[in-house]
Write a protein that binds this ligand. Structure first.
Ligand SMILES: NC(=O)c1ccc[n+]([C@@H]2O[C@H](COP(=O)([O-])OP(=O)(O)OC[C@H]3O[C@@H](n4cnc5c(N)ncnc54)[C@H](O)[C@@H]3O)[C@@H](O)[C@H]2O)c1
Length: 458
């Protein structure tokens, strides 16, 4: 018990209450010792000259991801062989869009809730891209790997600890890539900061902050935006940080998580819920009560003593932010808007000002990430998605498969960033008790290794 709850705590309820399954706490701890081996670190598959893709889910996100493939298809790096959703209209619309980029006909799967499985079983597909509601991600990723497919899955890749373990076990056994497509790791600002950290500009990092603060009330309550309002349903019974990865993905790269450091334990607290229910009442929405607090704060401590504050609020009317704060011994960055402070060493009184625009721009130019520099030229004229990061992410995933090199985000990263959601729910439900974060890497996090995104400039 000690190891997941921390020395003083026993929650007094089975983890299954929140994890929605029957694992006891002890079972989850034992899994860490027994069922995985860390063998997917540095994993490379054989080169795939042209990656043959099947996409499940052609809603908002599936269509954006599709557009990111135009360049790769036109340059013979990829082709789309299958599309699956629940209606002919959705798959056909997507198929028509693709027909101007590739001649090859696409097989469509839309007959039932399980038709996607037929697509995953085909032998003319190498990679399944998943852009469906959260509760389908783990089972679709696992089924795809079991059927010999690599996986690129939207965020988060899993919603329960049990599924986190299953994903790792499956990837290790089937030897398939399983990359959670966390696009924020590929944003120009985040890559710039990562590059500065790697170049020593920040010195040693002590603290970071990230967030998903995005007023989604209108979209959550809309009848049509999310299929069957799946995203609103997540807020009815769950309470914690339900969307960790946009903030935590980049921070994990900043802190070398799984490559020399790892998450140790967390504590999580949610505020009361007011704003979503108020909006629901105004809209006369049939559901007007939600468990998920408006604002969740989760604090994570790493094994090497760094702290991470992760915030989540999609209920409150306020400007978007992922915060993107990094505090080091030599520099500090704060996002939204991006500001940089450089500590002037050896001066007794250091001042309190952010760099001025000219000084800031010098750093911006000097430390621009090499991937951004190299892709700026080729991506011209193609759709970019979220200011460019979606294109960079899809390009890196497909070119990585073409070249048979390790992908930037491996199965351990994918699971570790996602597992913070169910762990935050456990903490929130137990008066913010400290919860030990299981080691999903089988101890491999101790091996310092450099980030693929810094090494393989393609
Ligand atoms: N990374 C990002 O910036 C970003 C942005 C938006 C959404 N997302 C993620 O993308 C995912 C999808 O979100 P969305 O906004 O596109 O939602 P959406 O509701 O618009 O799309 C989901 C699609 O999945 C389809 N679907 C559901 N069940 C299916 C099944 N059994 N077989 C085949 N298709 C099925 C739906 O019909 C729908 O078209 C979510 O995980 C979300 O978190 C990520």
């Amino acid at each position: 018990m000690k190891s997941i709850l921390g020395a003083s705590a026993f929650l007094g309820f089975p983890i299954s209450k929140i994890d929605a399954e029957n694992n006891s706490i002890q079972e989850l701890i034992d899994k860490a010792k027994r069922d995985n081996n860390g063998s997917m670190f540095g994993f490379k598959c054989s080169k795939i000259e042209k990656v043959r893709i099947g996409i499940i889910g052609l809603g908002n996100r599936g269509n954006t991801l599709l557009e990111m493939l135009e360049y790769l298809i036109k340059n013979n790096h990829a082709e789309i062989n299958g599309l699956s959703d629940l209606t002919y209209k959705k798959v056909n619309l997507a198929s028509e869009k693709i027909s101007s980029w590739q001649r090859k006909k696409i097989k469509l799967f839309y007959d039932s809730n399980d038709d996607w499985k037929k697509m995953c079983k085909r032998d003319d597909i190498d990679l399944i891209i998943i852009a469906t509601p959260w509760n389908l991600h783990a089972k679709m990723a696992i089924f795809s790997m079991e059927n010999n497919k690599h996986v690129g899955c939207e965020v988060p890749i899993a919603s329960t600890l049990k599924d986190c373990w299953k994903i790792i076990e499956t990837a290790e056994r089937t030897k398939k890539h399983c990359m959670m497509m966390e696009n924020c790791n590929y944003n120009e600002e985040e890559l710039w900061i990562l590059n500065m950290i790697q170049e020593g500009v920040f010195g040693d990092i002590t603290h970071t902050e990230g967030a998903y603060i995005h007023d989604l009330r209108g979209l959550l309550l809309s009848d049509t935006y999310y299929q069957d309002q799946w995203r609103l349903n997540e807020h009815i019974n769950r309470n914690g940080n339900l969307y960790t990865t946009h903030g935590l993905g980049p921070i994990s790269f900043y802190l070398n998580i799984a490559r020399g450091d790892t998450f140790s334990y967390l504590t999580s607290m949610s505020s009361r819920e007011l704003n979503l229910s108020k909006a629901a009442k105004n809209e006369n929405h049939p559901i007007q009560s939600y468990s998920c607090g408006d604002m969740n704060n989760t604090l994570i401590k790493t094994k090497k003593g760094k702290t991470i504050l992760l915030q989540f609020d999609v209920h409150t009317g306020r400007p978007y932010t992922r915060i993107n704060k990094v505090v080091g011994t030599k520099a500090v960055h704060d996002g939204y808007p991006s500001r940089l402070y450089i500590d002037k060493e050896n001066i007794p009184s250091w001042g309190h000002n952010w760099l001025n625009k000219d000084e800031y721009n010098l750093f911006k130019t000097k430390y621009k990430h090499p991937i951004i520099k190299s892709l700026e030229k080729i991506s011209e004229g193609f759709k970019q998605g979220h200011g460019g990061m979606d294109f960079v992410m899809i390009y890196r995933m497909i070119r990585g498969l073409n070249l048979g090199i390790p992908l930037d985000i491996n199965v351990y990263d994918s699971v570790m960033w996602s597992a913070i959601t169910p762990l935050s729910e456990i903490s929130v439900a137990s008066k913010s008790q400290s919860i030990i974060i299981p080691d999903f890497t089988a101890g491999k996090w101790r091996d310092y290794s450099s980030l693929e995104i810094m090494n393989n400039i393609i």
